[in-house]
Design a protein around this ligand. Structure first.
Ligand SMILES: [Fe+2]
Length: 547
């Protein structure tokens, strides 16, 4: 079957294409439209579709709209109830439901030639579940836990996959929602809800969980696999922070309290599920699964031998999950996703043409990996653009900003380059075979940066730029078999510096989507103090900069 998956309704619109059970393309609309998260998550924008991403998916596979067997839409309006009945204060939600019901019509206008009867509604959390269970290497035998802000009428799904078939064991109905709780504290702390939740997680490591009692009172598991979240009067705990106000230890303490309670509840939910299935692997999806601190706690203190997290765990990933679900229930044997590099790429000739058009002087060194390693060893900052772009919010060595990890000030320097808050950590990428020696506790390999690891004490002083205030780092391991170019760059950097680690952060500036195309890369290079741009095999140097 040829199935196009579409996520559109809430946020992070995205499209994915699954052909005969194999994931061939997946991309978020923001990478094309250059609007962060694709759109604001309001009911009025619920009709907007990931048109550019969807058309690109078809083009990438050489398919026409008429070739599609199904379009899988990751929301089923038949499962929704009126917002007030679900206890949600969302007066325009009916508009969202109406747009969802009309999605086949909207899809037909966005993709001329589509038969509206080909559109299948896939329940939102089933789509999330498939993005974890079916996309993971454990897809024949794994439990799955989905936690997000909300789907149609629930915020959670606990289930298990047996030979590709999902058995749902528990869902938690709204208004109880760990995702909405985390979103509401995100807003109270002066960040953008449905967008900046990871900043709360970063801030938490600076605080003490001194409001834990209050949080334990308000957020409880119910003993039957579900949970309850009472509304929390945040203002009674800590004064609201305005976006432009500096944060205080009170704000960090509140973040730490919510973070710790989230981890406790996740452990209890996972314990309940494991008790019923006895399976060894757990897969995770839903926005809450982007919380790499909680994921690590779940693995360290929970009952499962392995935890696998969908790299596009937020709603973007439901485009892939919906497509995999429809393919699987339609009889196709689905394969695990091949990696997170499922987006656009350009040939060397196309990249050269972009550089020529932009009238940028460039060279083609004998080995771009070695050239980049040399610049990094000399403490340059490098924009690294190689191969297919990443699906999901993490830069994984395809659209990355790289620096030397041995200089502590490089953390501040990179946050300055990107124009973002100084409490935000940057992450290390490391050669897979060297990771265990440096990053002790935490799952290895860790190719998708979805867990935190303890940095071995004798390494903390050697790679200070990537060590977070609590002695941890969010590691990406690089295997030469999966990404030979990146591995070669890391090896070359190690030969020059003795460090098999490079600082990696996403290639973008604050508030903008990640760089996707060569034009985006050139714009970013032109406006940020980056020393070298490695665009495929080509190198562009900042004028006046001498290696
Ligand atoms: Fe979701």
């Amino acid at each position: 079957m040829k199935v196009l998956g579409v996520n559109a309704l809430f946020h992070d619109p995205a499209a994915a294409l699954v052909v005969d059970g194999v994931t061939v393309a997946a991309a978020e609309e923001e990478r094309f439209s250059r609007r962060k998260h694709g759109k604001r998550p309001v009911p009025f924008s619920a009709w907007e579709l990931p048109e550019l991403a969807a058309r690109w998916c078809l083009e990438e596979a050489g398919l026409d709209v008429g070739d599609l067997d199904a379009v899988a839409y990751s929301y089923d309006p038949a499962l929704a109830r009126p917002a007030e009945e679900m206890g949600l204060d969302d007066p325009w939600d009916h508009l969202r439901q109406d747009y969802a019901r009309r999605a086949p019509g909207f899809l037909t206008s966005a993709l001329p030639g589509l038969d509206p009867a080909a559109v299948r509604f896939v329940p939102h959390h089933v789509a999330h579940a498939a993005s974890a269970g079916l996309a993971s290497p454990h897809h024949d035998d794994t439990d799955v836990l989905v936690l997000d802000g909300r789907g149609e009428s629930a915020s959670h799904l606990a289930g298990t996959y047996d030979r590709g078939r999902l058995e749902v064991m528990r869902t938690q109905e709204l208004p109880h929602s760990l995702g909405l709780l985390y979103e509401s504290v995100t807003e109270h702390l002066g960040f953008l809800r449905s967008s900046d939740e990871y900043k709360v997680m970063a801030l938490a490591s600076y605080g003490r969980p001194r409001f834990l009692d209050e949080l334990r009172h308000a957020v409880r598991t119910t003993g039957d696999g579900g949970f309850a979240t009472d509304p929390v009067d945040w203002q009674s705990l800590v004064k609201r922070r305005d976006a432009d106000e500096p944060w205080t230890s009170d704000h960090a303490d509140l973040a730490a309290s919510v973070q710790q309670r989230l981890e406790e509840v996740l452990l209890e939910l996972a314990g309940w599920l494991h008790e019923r299935t006895g399976r060894r692997a757990l897969t995770l999806a839903g926005g809450v699964a982007l919380n790499c601190v909680a994921n690590s706690r779940l693995l360290a203190d929970g009952p499962y031998d392995s935890v696998w997290v969908q790299p596009a765990a937020g709603d973007a990933g439901t485009s892939l999950g919906a497509a995999l679900h429809v393919a699987s229930t339609g009889g196709d044997a689905t394969s695990p996703m091949p990696g997170a590099d499922l987006g656009r790429s350009w040939s060397d000739e196309e990249l050269a043409a972009w550089l020529t058009t932009a009238r940028v002087p460039f060279t083609r060194p004998p080995d771009v990996a070695d050239e980049v390693a040399r610049c990094l060893a000399d403490d340059g900052v490098v924009a690294w653009f190689q191969g297919r772009s990443e699906f999901g919010p993490r830069a994984l060595g395809r659209r990355s900003l790289l620096a030397h990890p041995g200089h502590e000030r490089n953390l501040e320097r990179l946050n300055d380059v990107k124009g973002r808050e100084q409490f935000r950590p940057v992450a290390p990428m490391v050669l897979a075979e060297r990771a265990a020696e440096i990053f002790g506790r935490g799952p290895l390999p860790s190719p998708y940066m979805l867990f935190v690891h303890d940095v071995a004490p004798d390494w903390r002083g050697r790679i200070p730029a990537v060590v977070h205030v609590d002695g941890t780092a969010r590691v990406q391991t690089v295997d030469a078999a999966d990404d030979p170019l990146l591995a070669r760059m890391l090896s070359s950097f190690e030969r020059r510096t003795g460090l098999p680690v490079v600082v990696n952060t996403s290639l973008n500036t604050a508030g903008r989507p990640m760089v996707d195309s060569p034009r985006d890369a050139l714009e970013c290079f032109g406006s940020a103090p980056v020393d070298l741009l490695a665009l495929g095999p080509f190198v562009v140097r900042r004028a006046g900069w001498v290696a």
